[in-house]
Write a protein that binds this ligand. Structure first.
Ligand SMILES: [Zn+2]
Length: 315
């Protein structure tokens, strides 16, 4: 079979992906100056005080993706429930936080105007579009539109992790926007990144550099946590497994505490049955530990509202 030059190019890229690994991104990382090391005990104590942050969850887009990537279908509970691989409807979220003195911040980044139908601009390579099926993403609301309504403009973005579907909105934010990530995500070297790195770099270009949370492991602690503003209002919780730096966030909002699990748990079924993520995650054992830690926190403090990475609990 004779291949057209374009297809040959795609195959060459795919071959490169097979032959050598790459980091997630070539962007430089620096230690975050924001945030101070704290403890789970302090996080839990903060839940007793009235929240001060205005929290809003935005539905940025709808999509569908393989359930086997989102959920470990080999888990005995999934087998017993008869779950099989299928295209699972998912949602892409953006969370906005309005802090009383520090201004507006986002958790994850939603989707940019470049994802709108008819847009002639794209940061995604042909290979990423085909491999991930990103043309099926249906935009509900762009990050430009959401951020235009936030008082004082967006001061920074707290990412749950660096995967394409969590950084699609960065290009709607100003050049120099401060973007915060968990440790190790930028330098995760694997074969997939050989095909995805270029797209990741383009999506993150407005950040310039990436600021890494400085989590500190300590003996006997269930998780490493950071008090982001030093006032107990917003917490970063290291929840590795999906990626090395996967970070959950706990927001003490004016409507009670909100836990954003990121992709430490993608689905409603996964949360309700305590079944860890599937093949999209790099470390299944760590995924189990992190999910159990987050589930344990919510069991001990049922006033916490939980927001999974890609689906919502039905109230
Ligand atoms: Zn995701």
């Amino acid at each position: 079979m004779k291949l057209k030059p374009f297809k040959q190019g795609v195959l060459a890229l795919a071959a490169a992906a097979v032959l050598s690994g790459c980091d997630t991104t070539t962007l430089k990382t620096i230690p975050s100056e924001l945030g101070k090391t704290s403890s789970m005990a302090e996080l839990k104590a903060s839940l007793a005080k009235p929240g001060t942050v205005e929290f809003t969850k935005h539905l940025s887009a709808n999509w569908a993706i393989n359930l086997s990537g989102l959920l470990n279908l080999e888990h005995p509970k999934a087998v017993k429930a008869g779950l099989e691989d299928r295209q699972e409807p998912i949602e892409i979220y953006l969370y906005s936080l309005q802090h009383p003195t520090r201004g507006a911040f986002l958790v994850d980044s939603g989707v940019s105007e470049k994802l709108l139908p008819g847009s002639t601009e794209s940061d995604l390579s042909y290979l990423v579009k085909m491999g991930m099926g990103t043309d099926a993403i249906k935009v509900n609301r762009t990050t430009k539109s959401i951020s235009s309504e936030l008082a004082g403009g967006v001061q920074g973005v707290f990412l749950t992790h660096i995967h394409i579907d969590h950084i699609l909105g960065i290009s709607d934010l100003p050049v120099g926007i401060e973007v915060f990530i968990g440790p190790g995500d930028a330098r995760l070297n694997n074969l997939t990144n050989a095909a995805v790195q270029g797209s990741t770099d383009r999506l993150l270009v407005n950040a310039g550099v990436l600021r890494e949370w400085q989590f500190e492991e300590s003996e006997g602690e269930q998780a490493s946590v950071i008090d982001i503003f030093g006032d107990g209002s917003v917490w970063a919780i290291h929840s590795p497994g999906h990626t090395p730096g996967t970070t959950a966030y706990l927001i003490n909002s004016t409507e009670g505490p909100q836990l954003l699990t990121g992709d430490a748990c993608h689905t409603r079924w996964g949360w309700e049955h305590q079944v860890e993520p599937g093949s999209f995650s790099v470390n299944p054992e760590q995924s189990v530990v992190s999910l159990n830690m987050l589930e344990g926190l919510v069991k001990a403090f049922p006033q916490i509202t939980v927001h999974m990475g890609h689906q919502s609990l039905i109230e």
